[in-house]
Write a protein that binds this ligand. Structure first.
Ligand code: FE2
Ligand code: FE2
Length: 175
């Protein structure tokens, strides 16, 4: 049982997370084509995280015995003019998602749906981290855009496979 307004908006958010997944796959492919395996790997991993976010929301709605409607998503951007352009897009995407997460949390509170409010707390923290990571990456790519090896080394050194997060919500189909 969750507030109907929250359920509607969370179903929309499932689509936003899948759209983020598709966008990150497209960015990963772009860097793969440039033979930048570290940066490609980073975005392939980010894509999987977005897919997991969508599936956490699916699991939450299933647990609450609420309606899940898997939506279609708009086509991602697949061509980029500069090396920075995909990272700028990624940073903007994370900022947009942070606003969507805040909006969802606001609806849960307005409706006095405290379980949904609590569910959203992990996503609030996650967005802070993802904006910080993407913002650091943009700084590095802008600084080293004429030295691709420098960027690759930074990505290999500073980003890795994400460590286990015991506080993370359950992912539908993964337990
Ligand atoms: Fe996400
Ligand atoms: Fe994200």
């Amino acid at each position: 049982m969750a507030a109907p307004r929250f359920v509607d908006q969370l179903n929309i958010q499932i689509g936003n997370e899948f759209a983020a997944h598709q966008q990150y796959v497209a960015i990963a492919v772009y860097f793969d084509e440039l033979t930048m395996p570290q940066l490609a790997g980073f975005f392939y991993r980010q894509a999987l995280e977005e897919r997991d976010h969508a599936m956490m929301m699916v699991q939450y709605l299933r647990d609450a015995d609420e309606r899940v409607t898997i939506p279609g998503v708009a086509s991602p951007v697949t061509t980029f003019e500069t090396l920075e352009a995909p990272i700028e897009l990624a940073l903007q995407q994370e900022k947009d998602v942070a606003e969507q997460i805040n909006e969802l949390t606001g609806i849960a509170r307005d409706e006095r749906d405290f379980a949904s409010d609590q569910f959203m707390q992990w996503f609030i923290k996650e967005q802070v981290e993802e904006i910080a990571t993407m913002s650091d990456l943009l700084t590095v790519v802008r600084r080293s855009k004429d030295d691709i090896e420098d960027i690759e080394e930074w990505v290999a050194r500073e980003t890795g496979s994400s460590e286990d997060d015991p506080g993370a919500p359950a992912i539908a189909g993964s337990d």
